[in-house]
Structure formats: structure tokens, C-alpha cells
Design a protein around this ligand. Sequence first.
Ligand SMILES: Nc1ncnc2c1ncn2[C@@H]1O[C@H](COP(=O)(O)OP(=O)(O)OP(=O)(O)O)[C@@H](O)[C@H]1O
Length: 245
Amino acid sequence: MTKLLELKSVYAGYDNKIVLKNVDLVVKKNDFLGIIGPNGGGKTTLLKVILGLIKPIEGSIDFNNIDDNLIGYLPQINTIDQKFPISVREVVLSGLMSHKKLFGRYQSEDKKKAKELMEQMGILHLKNKNIGELSGGQLQRVFLCRAIISNPQILILDEPDTYVDSHFEMELYGVLDKLNEHMAIILVSHDIGTISSHVKTIACVNGSLCYHDSNIINQEQLKTYNCPIDLITHGDVPHRVLKKH
Ligand SMILES: Nc1ncnc2c1ncn2[C@@H]1O[C@H](COP(=O)(O)OP(=O)(O)OP(=O)(O)O)[C@@H](O)[C@H]1O
């Protein structure tokens, strides 16, 4: 299958602190990769490297088959300044900004796409509201629309289920499964149950990265890790494995 991006022996971090060590990762078309790991293990740092926000100290990152680095990103909602005076509709449309020439105007098809997405996510009635007036779950939907409006080749979601109620969670993963038919998805979550029910493969990031070509991690594989994780597995693997891994 077509490789979209490849990290080779990547070391990355901040100032003098190295967070990611010797990370290798390949993301292919139609991948649905779940990223798990302990707090401070480097999950967000890995996403920043992929998004080009942090340059590797060592190693390389190749965007093999990505046009104009076309990556959609849903950040952690608590990192967003909600006081910024901008409407829901403007936020959704701003997902097209990097694809427009400077001061390029939105076309009628852009506005139509934004409307369709807001309708699909059940937020069309909020379109003229300021983002500061929204709940966490509503904001999550707005930023998901923003992340996918450009029809990216890779969609990255940093803990998309944080503020989402169980009803929208079902819808959210239904939407993601549909999107995954034509884009690769990388999803960071602390909810291992959610991860193993929806993703195709798993990577655990704790400084280094361990990759599993499956959405089930068994105890043998856990031994290859070195971080504690509360793992809920599905299928015929024993439930709830709490293990130093
Ligand atoms: N801008 C920054 N400057 C300096 N250190 C940072 C910065 N951002 C993160 N770190 C440090 O890098 C390490 C990894 O952080 P990162 O946010 O990647 O972890 P994470 O796995 O996403 O954690 P969490 O599960 O808590 O979101 C942590 O020790 C953190 O304190």
C-alpha cells in the first residue's frame, strides 16, 4: 500500500530535552493508527514532528506521497483560545486557509462544503455563534469540521473524545470510519477501549515507539514495552490487562 509518510530514526524534543528517541514509523494510505502511552510519553510531540511544528534533532521525516503536506489536524481542545472573536462558520472555513493564496476568497463551493459538514456534525444552527459561547463537545465538532474541510490525505486527532458525550462518540467514530475509506487517520487517545474498538493498528509512545500491526495487544507484546498501561482488549483476549509494559 502507498506510503504517505515515514519517520526514520527520529530524535526530537525541546531545548536540551530529548523526548522522542529513535522513532521509526510508516503511515500508509487507509491506515487507522491509534497512539497510546503514558502522560508525558511524547504523543503530542510526535504529532508536532509529523505536522512539521518541531524539526527532528536527528533522523528524517519523508512525506513520500503527500501533496503540499496535506494534513488535517484536530488539536486538544483545551489548547484553543476560545476568547478569540471568531464565528463557528469562520473557524470551519479557516481549514481551507493554507490552500488559498494570500487573501484568497472563499468560493461558493467552499461555503457549500462547510455547510454540509456543519450539518453532518449537527452544528449548523451554531454557525454564527462565537466559539467562546460553545460547550467543549460543540467546539470539538467545529474543529473536526475544520480539520477535514480540505479533504486531507492524513487526518490527525489529538484526544478527540475528551469532551464528547457517548451519543456523539458513536457518531464521531462512524464519521471517522467513513473518512478512513479515503484518508489515513492517526488518533491519540487515553481511552484504550475506544482505541482498540476503532483503530486498525496501535503505536505506544513512551520516549521510544513500539508499533503493533493489529488493534489488539496481548501480554507477550506488552512485555516489549516499558510503560504501565491499563489495557482493555476486545475479542477472545482476556479482558483488562494491567501490566508493566
Ligand atoms: N513546549 C515544550 N517545551 C518544553 N518541554 C515540553 C514542551 N511540550 C512538552 N514538553 C515536555 O515533553 C514531554 C512530552 O510531552 P508531550 O506533550 O509530547 O506528552 P504526551 O504523551 O502528549 O502527554 P499527555 O498524555 O499528558 O498529553 C513532557 O515531559 C513535557 O513536559
